[in-house]
Design a protein around this ligand. Sequence first.
Ligand code: NAP
Length: 253
Amino acid sequence: MGPMSSQQRRTAVVTGASSGIGAATARALAAAGFRVVCAARRTDRIEALAQEIDGVAVACDVTDADSVAALAAGLPVVDVLVNNAGGAFDSEPIESTDPDQWGRTFDVNVVGLVRMTKALLPALRASGDALIVNMGSTAGRWAYPTGASYTAAKHGTKVVTETLRLELLGEPIRITEIAPGMVHTEEFSVVRFAGDQERADAVYAGVDQPLLAEDIADAVAWVATRPWHVNIDEMVIKPRAQAAFDKVHRSGA
Ligand code: NAP
């Protein structure tokens, strides 16, 4: 069978598709036969990716209601929504934390996901067999010192996912949370430490071997290709070298 036309291909929307896990997920879903709508703020990156995977690039800031509404307006039917856009923006004890960073963290990881889901629910319903995958984290399972802005937000991602599954019971929409542990992506730790590459590199130093973005993308593609009646509620995925947040096996350690 030759390549499917865009009429035949099912549509997947991936937020945060401009780097890391989102970009790998867009590639994996395209390889699984989906027409992928690559959404993020950096248009040069998503345009290049969309061209590579025969998908569509749509500039979208999940913290901006108009931007999300514009994306939704162009998509009458969506089969898979991957709410992947997110990140950590600080590493501070609560005593010295900047509450504005908490607002930013919640806006992307929790409210952004809610904004996207709300806007696309009519299109997901129209699919008749839809799936929402929310990118959580083991930070949504564990607390760790200096991590509270992010761990509190990712606990929020988990609870929003569980609430959606309860509220949408009986509808043709499956809901999954994927909660990765340490994934060595190009930007995640650099963003967290405000561009400090040395500090970012130290997170992964000596670890044999952190997860790769492709490992998580593989899990998303697997979830998205289960039969319609199979709901994978949640997947916690860690590298073999990580037993808990600060229990990481490092060579020479
Ligand atoms: P990353 O490389 O920093 O990618 C983050 C993505 O989110 C980028 O594509 C970024 O695109 C997008 N994004 C950020 N703010 C956005 C906004 N307001 N609107 C739209 N897109 C936005 O990080 P990653 O490691 O791939 O992480 C992806 C997801 O996995 C996040 O939810 C993260 O919390 C989660 N996660 C990561 C790890 C890890 O160890 N790396 C572990 C567990 C969970 P633009 O800047 O172009 O908008």
